[in-house]
Design a protein around this ligand. Structure first.
Ligand code: ZN
Length: 309
């Protein structure tokens, strides 16, 4: 296998490729993972962004390898965006969780605009929110129309000869997010479900019938239970880490704190609640997409608190 500066061997038959992110996204790279099977073929998890730089990095890391399959942890463009081009070049199959496939269908069909009236958004802030909501959240139409070849379900083993890699459904960040567990190798590919320092947003994969906060807390519990015998977490951004159980506990505590903050301000509109909460760079700095995301998270937390009451 060719080795490049972007590529690093994690375990026998498992390599990480640091795939550059588009500029201005706040994170320098996403991680693609290349897993060898017993037939001498490679399975790619999260090929990365659909940019020229990302494609070139991945192609160099793959060299002349025969790509059997592309597995996508979730529908965001920095994970799934490169799937279409890689599938076209290699003829590989492309797989997502069945819940993510359903979400992709909804997104491709066009999502309704957020109900800014119900959120109590002042008129002067509405245009930026409507503009942010109109930006496509991922490569949905392209994937749904021609690229996806199959779906995965909770507990299923990947069709990957020579290894037993199990699909762990982890809704929260998106409704159909998945992690991949190789118990024998002591590895868990975590996508954006659990990152070592960054706190991924929740409910960022289109509408769901369940509450993303409640889903996420259950999904944290699900993967924390897998943390045995020095399990290594292989995240979708940043570097591989151990201590998954502790990291899950910290993330759960963060969301429960936020829920308490929301519960302390019952009543009023989503806009009024959001203004009272603590935001990393301050409420006044939120605009456009970050403001939309903050309001969505606040609405989800209000719903979570209301359901728990
Ligand atoms: Zn993501």
């Amino acid at each position: 296998m060719p080795s490049t500066s972007a590529t690093e061997t994690i375990a026998p038959g498992v390599r990480r490729v640091r795939v550059p992110m588009p500029p201005g996204t706040g994170l320098p790279f996403s991680n693609a993972y290349l897993i060898d099977d017993a037939d001498g073929r490679v399975h790619v998890v999260d090929p990365g962004s659909p940019t020229r730089a990302a494609r070139a990095t991945l192609r160099e890391s793959l060299g002349a390898a025969s790509v059997a399959a592309i597995v996508i942890t979730h529908l965001h463009p920095d994970h799934a965006g490169g799937a279409a081009a890689l599938a076209a070049e290699t003829g590989a199959s492309v797989l997502v969780h069945d819940r993510e496939r359903a979400a992709l269908g909804l997104i491709a069909a066009g999502l309704p605009a957020p109900d800014l009236d119900a959120w109590g958004v002042p008129p002067e802030r509405r245009p930026e929110l409507l503009a942010a909501a109109a930006v496509p959240t991922g490569p949905a139409a392209e994937l749904v129309d021609s690229v996806l070849t199959g779906v995965l379900t909770d507990g299923e083993l990947l069709a990957l000869p020579g290894r037993r890699i199990r699909v762990v459904g982890t809704p929260g960040h998106t409704g159909g997010h998945l992690c991949l567990h190789d118990e024998e190798a002591g590895l868990l590919l975590t996508g954006d479900h659990v990152l070592p320092t960054v706190n991924s947003g929740l409910g960022l994969g289109g509408p769901t019938t369940t509450n993303p906060i409640a889903d996420y807390l259950a999904s944290l519990d699900r993967v924390a239970r897998l943390d045995r015998d020095g399990l290594r977490a292989l995240p979708g951004h940043e570097d591989p880490f151990t201590g998954l159980r502790e990291r899950c506990a910290a993330l759960a505590a963060h969301h429960l704190r936020r829920a308490e903050e929301v519960a302390a301000h019952p009543g009023g509109t989503v806009w009024e609640t959001a203004r009272t909460l603590t935001w990393t760079s301050g409420w006044d700095a939120l605009a456009g997409f970050t403001l939309l995301s903050a309001l969505r998270q606040t609405a989800q937390h209000r719903e979570f608190v209301a359901r728990a009451a």
